[in-house]
Structure formats: C-alpha cells, structure tokens
Design a protein around this ligand. Structure first.
Ligand SMILES: [Zn+2]
Ligand SMILES: [Zn+2]
Ligand SMILES: [Zn+2]
Ligand SMILES: [Zn+2]
Length: 314
C-alpha cells in the first residue's frame, strides 16, 4: 500500500502531492485554482462553498476508492444530478456500472491506488454500492417533485457525510467482507429483465421475501401500530428535522437482501414491514406522495411537511 494523504487539503494552494503525485495524475480538486473551482461549481450548478466543504470532509480523496485524490464532480448520466467527488478511475467505474458502456460491460477494475487483489475488488464494489446508495438517498430527500436541484442534492450529501462519515459501512476499515453492502446488478440490465414484473403498479406487484435476491432494487413499506421513531430515515423539504414519531415508513434500496436496509431503521421497522416489492426510486416517491397504505388504508405520506400536491381522494 502506498502512503495515505494526511491532513486537510488546502484549496488553491500549490499542490503538494508528496508520494501521491506520481499516481494520482494531477488535476485533483485539492490542487485546482480558485477560478477552476468556480467554473466546476458553475458547470454543475453547485456552490463553491459546497465543493470546499465536501473536499474538506473527504480530505480531498475519492469518495469511492478513498485513496486517489478526487478529480471529478461526478454527476449522473441520466439527469446530470450530482453524486459526489471521485477520481477519474472511479468515475469510469460508476459510468460502466451505469450502462454508459453498454449493459454487458464488466465491472471496471482499474485504479491508480492499489494492487487490486481479490479483496480489493470486493471492497471497491461495496464502496461503489455505498457511494451510489448515499447519493440516491440524498437525491430522493432533496427531490420532492417540486424541488430538485444540484445544490439541494449536494447539501444532503454533505449533511450525510457529516453525520455518518465518508465510509459509513467501514468498507475500507473494519467491515468484514460478509457485512459489506452489495452492488446490485446494473440498472441497465435489470430494467430489461425486470420489465415483466413491473408492468403492474408497485402495490399490485407480488410481495418479495425479506431476503429476496432476485431484484436489483426494492421498495418497502412499514405500517406501525403506534407512531414510532424511525432511525436513519428521510425528511422532506420544509420538514421538522427532529425525530418525530411516524405511522408509516416507505423506503427504497439497492441493498440485497432488502431487509438489511430495513434493519438499519431499527428492529421495530422490520417488525412493522407489510410489503417489499421490486420498484424504482421514482415509484417510491410516488407511493409516498399519493398512495394509501394497503394495510390500514391511511395515506402513506408520513412527513410533517405538506405533501407536494393533495392526493386525490375518491
Ligand atoms: Zn477512486
Ligand atoms: Zn483509487
Ligand atoms: Zn425482490
Ligand atoms: Zn398503514
């Protein structure tokens, strides 16, 4: 292993890569000038202060491999939504997984930072899953139907990194191989194979087992007998950000099996699960906004803030 980068980076200061310089390839965010940083911020419609904050929180290193210097403000292929700060190798990795190189492209293994043994391959896949899960959940928190924008998404990512750290699953430290998040099949592939299941609206789809491994993404619904505080939950824009008790919870995850994600909300949430089904993040948002609970018949909207639009009442 090469020596890690120590200490917080200094933005705009002459770049001192030390032993790192020979393999990070330059153009790193820790070394760009103020003008370059401003132009990157403008290109992706995020704040310079936000980029500085995230570079500081991540010590200037790639949020996936955690070794190379971050070079790119990474955005999604489909919507241009900001996902984080990563190195050029990890950017190719995520783009390959995204389907940018076709649905059958193998997982991209290169990086500058390591000897890339088998354990590293497992960990870099887990780190990619961790990265995408964080950004997907930040996106869903920030993106009420009326409220979408890279500043809001990046604010959520920064908040989450502050709260849980850059590596919440300890992919690069103490996490055992078995406990790491798993990278589901690429969405480009899953869309094709999952289409038959998904012609029906989400609530009409057959329920999955809690340990389902067949679908790359799931929506889950919990209906609590009494209002309950749910750990590690999402909030809506304008929401009361304290942990208030809620009667329902609806979540979306790419973790497999899905119950693993549910367990992160606490045992009571696992016990209150009434349905797990294959479904997309967008369908999850629609369920929250407009659907009634299949168990108790009440609206699933569980935030204190007002729903984006009044659901139709029959
Ligand atoms: Zn990287
Ligand atoms: Zn790397
Ligand atoms: Zn399933
Ligand atoms: Zn209910």
């Amino acid at each position: 292993m090469r020596p890690p980068i120590d200490g917080p980076p200094t933005i705009g200061a002459p770049l001192d890569h030390g032993a790192v310089g020979e393999w990070c390839g330059g153009r790193c965010l820790v070394g760009v000038t103020g003008d370059q940083l401003i132009s990157r911020a403008q290109r992706h419609d995020v704040g310079v202060d936000q980029l500085l904050a995230l570079v500081g929180l991540t010590a200037g290193r790639c949020m996936i491999c955690r070794s190379c210097h971050a070079q790119a403000v990474d955005v999604s292929r489909s919507g241009g939504e900001v996902r984080g700060l990563i190195c050029r190798y990890c950017k190719t990795r995520v783009a390959t997984y995204d389907g940018s190189y076709g649905p059958d492209a193998p997982f991209y293994r290169a990086c500058r930072c390591t000897d890339r043994g088998t354990e590293w391959l497992i960990r870099i896949q887990a780190a990619t899953a961790q990265y995408l899960e964080r950004t997907a959940s930040a996106d869903s928190v920030a993106a009420g139907p009326q409220h979408r924008g890279n500043r809001a998404i990046l604010a959520e990512i920064i908040r989450d990194v502050q709260a849980r750290g850059v590596d919440p699953y300890n992919v690069w430290s103490t996490g055992s191989i078995e406990s790491l998040p798993r990278l589901a099949r690429p969405p480009a592939v899953a869309r094709e194979t999952g289409e038959a299941t998904r012609r029906d609206p989400p609530l009409a789809r057959p329920s999955c087992a809690r340990d389902c491994q067949q679908h790359d993404e799931h929506i889950y619904i919990a209906c609590f007998p009494t209002p309950t505080i749910v750990r590690d939950r999402d909030y809506h824009r304008g929401d009361d950000m304290t942990d208030y008790p809620i009667s329902h919870y609806v979540g979306w995850t790419r973790q497999l099996p899905p119950v693993k994600r549910v367990a992160q909300h606490g045992r009571t949430c696992v016990d209150a699960l009434i349905k797990i089904m294959p479904g997309t993040e967008q369908e999850e948002a629609l369920l929250k906004a407009a659907a009634a609970c299949p168990q108790c018949g009440q609206q699933l909207w569980y935030y204190r803030a007002d729903p984006p639009s009044k659901p139709n009442t029959p």
